[in-house]
Ligand binder design. Structure first.
Ligand code: MRU
Length: 364
């Protein structure tokens, strides 16, 4: 399976892509209703794409980045501008709307900015040419995401010992990206490389991305796993029954502090206490060098009903209030390494992340 030219294994993608372009529409797997129902939703306007991101039809930082790309592409198709400059104005407006959908995953802003930069190319002279170029760019973002994940998978798989039990938080699989996945992509790569792996899947309250989505993906792949409640990870770690933790990231600050799904910080601290390696797996686009530390990352606060209700059923006393930060920040001192498509970065992260950013990007 190894691709000699690229120097890392590439595998076919068997499943439907999480987000893709079809017949002039943005198509997304509706992640709110999995695993009971597999349904593709189609969106014809950037406003509808922004709403879908906000409602978490699509979620996971890389998938949100690709959705932003397609959202901008559909904004270009929607536009009635007759000059390229007017099209650029319409795109800026669309970018502002998309940017308001979710605040924490930096890939959203990265995707929008990349599309705006594409639109700014002075070589674009006609509206039709610009629209076609923007759609190409969105497609390229999506294709790059898959290649990026497979590269991270190959780097990360080397860190996974034979017969490893892995604790995983949230969903970082195919559904969190265009395909393959980040941290779960590492699990997938290790599995396809012939390693015997077992995953302890944090259920990931309150939206249960672990129990609903990660478990669904692992089951489809035939990878051994068990769902655990979020509070159980410490138990397994203290008893020496887990060999490593793998998580994704929604934003990595310049010093390595990492925002990820709520509960990640707790897991990292307990892993550290028990000398278990804690790896963050994320594409380079998740590293935000404009954000110096984790304290500078905006944390999304979601609705109280996500906590007081389970699957639509009220479980708390009526009228009680709930706190619902969707993410937390893990200080970099708890992170053993950050796996990117450019390689594995170890501390000191402030120095080594910048060094990797400055290094020529190797295809090998
Ligand atoms: O709120 P979500 O489901 O969009 O959050 C996604 C996560 O936090 C994931 O755990 C992931 O690590 C980031 S994307 C691979």
């Amino acid at each position: 399976m190894a691709d000699e030219k690229q120097g890392y294994p590439q595998y076919p993608i068997e499943e439907t892509l999480t987000v893709f372009w079809e017949d002039g529409k943005v198509a997304m797997i509706d992640q709110r209703i999995l695993p009971e129902t597999f349904q593709i939703n189609y969106y014809e306007t950037y406003e509808a794409v922004a709403d879908a991101i906000k409602a978490m039809v699509v979620r996971g930082a890389p998938a949100i980045g690709a959705s932003a790309g397609f959202g901008m592409a559909i904004a270009a198709q929607q536009s009635t501008a007759t000059t390229v400059d007017d099209l650029r104005t319409d795109l800026k407006r669309a970018g502002d709307v998309l940017a308001k959908s979710r605040p924490t995953a930096v890939n959203l802003f990265w995707g929008i900015e990349r599309m705006l930069k594409t639109a700014d190319d002075p070589g674009l002279t006609t509206v039709e040419q610009a629209k076609a170029r923007l759609l190409d760019e969105a497609q390229q973002i999506a294709e790059e995401d898959i290649a990026t994940n497979q590269r991270m998978g190959a780097f990360g798989a080397e860190l996974v010992p034979e017969n490893a039990t892995i604790i995983h938080h949230c969903n970082t699989g195919s559904l969190a990206a265009v395909a393959w996945g980040t941290a779960l992509g590492v699990v997938r790569s290790a599995f396809f490389a012939g390693k015997n792996v077992r995953v302890l899947v944090d259920e990931t309250r309150p939206r249960l991305q672990g129990a609903r989505l990660t478990s669904w993906e692992l089951k489809n792949l035939g990878i051994d796993h068990a769902i655990i409640v979020d509070g159980a990870s410490g138990h397994y770690l203290r008893r020496g029954e887990a060999d490593l933790c793998l998580v994704g990231a929604d934003r990595i600050a310049a010093n390595g502090d990492t925002a990820n799904k709520i509960g990640t910080y707790n897991l990292a601290v307990v892993a550290h206490e028990n000398n278990v390696p804690f790896y963050v797996v994320a594409p380079f686009s998740t590293i935000d060098f404009r954000t110096p530390t984790g304290d500078d990352i905006e944390i999304e606060e979601r609705s109280q009903e996500e906590v007081t209700r389970v699957a639509g059923h009220q479980i708390a006393p009526e009228g009680v209030s709930a706190g619902n930060p969707a993410f937390d920040v893990t200080p970099h001192r708890y992170i053993t390494a950050i796996v990117t498509e450019r390689g594995v970065v170890r501390p000191p992260f402030d120095v080594n992340l910048r060094a990797l950013a400055a290094a020529p990007v190797s295809e090998a």
